[in-house]
Design a protein around this ligand. Structure first.
Ligand code: HEM
Length: 393
């Protein structure tokens, strides 16, 4: 039996505005229901954890499993593409993580910096902010996707908007079986291509195809899907949310323009202020967990609200203020513990370069749409804009 204590319900207006601005809702949760039970129609319970200390502790808690196979009928991603490190516990997790992590070591990432700089400049030089520009579709998406395709060794002709849309559609709840099937076919063909055109250790997919005896075909497909998706989708949100925060805080934007080195602490603040991954990924309780008087039962799903943890006033003074000099800034935007983000160094480098280059190459820009017209992607895990229209007029 799940805990049936009566709990307060969040005010309807906070629920209604959650997609565009989740922060008032998060504040309400932290103050009134830090361990909040959502009962699903199918009888499942999802617990939403909103305070910084709790999220931090549970991100590394072994009583929470990352393996969705333990929940009958639950499928957190596209069919046939769920076998990867985000959905694995040790020892599978340790094995899969080891196979991919060397490609993302800080020294490998530092070597990619000139390529990122060149690609970003090239994209920005083609834009004319006088006529209006979408910084997501015309800049952040092609930049981040080109980079992850390069790291993985995806042939150039497959680095297309269609491929990107197919991948990102899988984090939108309405995407159905057909999208899943098309994506599986695409990835199967991609792996076959890598087998027929071996690149050895030169790129990550080449290395994974070569490490055949260490991972199953299903794990290979799942890992390719995971890296292609999270390798760009998250960093798009960092660049998009970060630039939006700056455009809404002209004093901070001017400070960064005047001193580009401010991007050091500044990027951490952008990661904290409007975190690209709002809720941590799938977790399920394997043992009873008692927290703030509530009882999480084995089989219950636990959602760790990173976006809320990063605005918790008990940890960050004046948490709703954007302060690019904030230090210390112990945010949880990249998670924590055994599943800590593999791409943290990569996205920090990409994000810092991208934000500074936009400010310097595009000159004085401002938002080209009022707040209520900005469209947020309908995803529970990701926090990001569909588009970011700016203009210099
Ligand atoms: C600003 C950009 C990014 C943010 C905010 C971010 C955030 C996160 C978070 C919060 C987690 C932990 C999830 C959890 O414990 O439930 C995670 C894991 C992961 N991230 Fe990122 N990420 C970013 C960029 C990237 C990039 C560029 C890659 C490149 C491949 C990447 C690859 C991964 C992988 C493979 C994991 C799973 C690690 C594991 O389960 O052991 N991420 N990320």
């Amino acid at each position: 039996m799940t805990d049936v204590l009566v709990q307060a319900a969040p005010p309807a207006e906070l629920l209604a505005s959650r997609a565009s601005d989740p922060y008032p809702y998060f504040r309400w949760l932290r103050e009134h229901a830090p361990v909040f039970a959502e009962r699903k129609r199918d009888g499942r319970t999802i617990w939403h954890i909103s305070r910084h200390d709790d999220v931090r502790a549970l991100l590394g808690d072994e009583r929470l499993s990352k393996n969705p196979d333990t929940v009958p009928g639950y499928r957190p991603g596209p069919e046939g593409l769920n076998k990867h490190l985000v959905h694995a516990d040790p020892p599978e997790h340790t094995r899969l993580r080891r196979l991919v992590s060397t490609a993302f070591l800080p020294r490998r990432i530092a070597a990619l910096e000139p390529f990122v700089q060149h690609t970003a400049e090239d994209l920005l030089d083609r834009l004319d902010p006088d006529t209006g520009v979408d910084l997501i579709g015309e800049f952040a998406l092609p930049l981040t996707f080109t980079l992850i395709c390069t790291i993985l060794g995806v042939p150039e002709h497959l680095n297309t908007p269609t491929t990107r849309t197919m991948l990102t559609n899988t984090v939108v709840p309405t995407a159905g079986q057909r999208t899943d099937a098309r994506l599986r076919t695409f990835l199967t063909e991609l792996i076959a291509h890598k087998r027929h055109h071996p690149t050895g250790e030169l790129d990550l997919l080449g290395a994974l195809v070569g490490a055949r005896e260490q991972l199953t075909e299903e794990e290979l497909l799942g890992t390719a899907y995971l890296l292609l998706l999270v390798g760009h989708d998250t960093t798009v949100n960092l660049i998009g949310n970060g630039l939006l925060a700056l455009l809404r805080h002209p004093d901070q934007l001017q400070a960064l323009r005047a001193d580009p080195a401010l991007i050091g602490t500044g990027l951490e603040e952008l990661l904290r202020y409007d975190s690209p991954v709002r809720d941590a990924t799938f977790r399920v309780a394997t043992e009873p967990i008692r927290l703030h008087g509530r009882l999480i039962q084995p089989g219950d799903i636990v959602s760790l609200l990173i976006g809320s943890a990063n605005r918790d006033p008990s940890h960050f003074p004046d948490p709703d203020r954007l302060d690019l000099t904030r230090n210390p800034n112990d945010h949880l935007a990249f998670g924590r513990g055994p599943h800590f983000c593999i791409g943290a160094a990569l996205s920090r480098m990409e994000g810092a370069l991208a934000v500074n280059l936009v400010l310097h190459r595009l000159g004085e820009i401002r938002l080209a749409a009022p707040d209520h017209e900005l469209r947020w992607r309908p995803s529970r895990v990701m926090r990001g804009l569909e588009s970011l229209p700016v203009t210099s007029r």
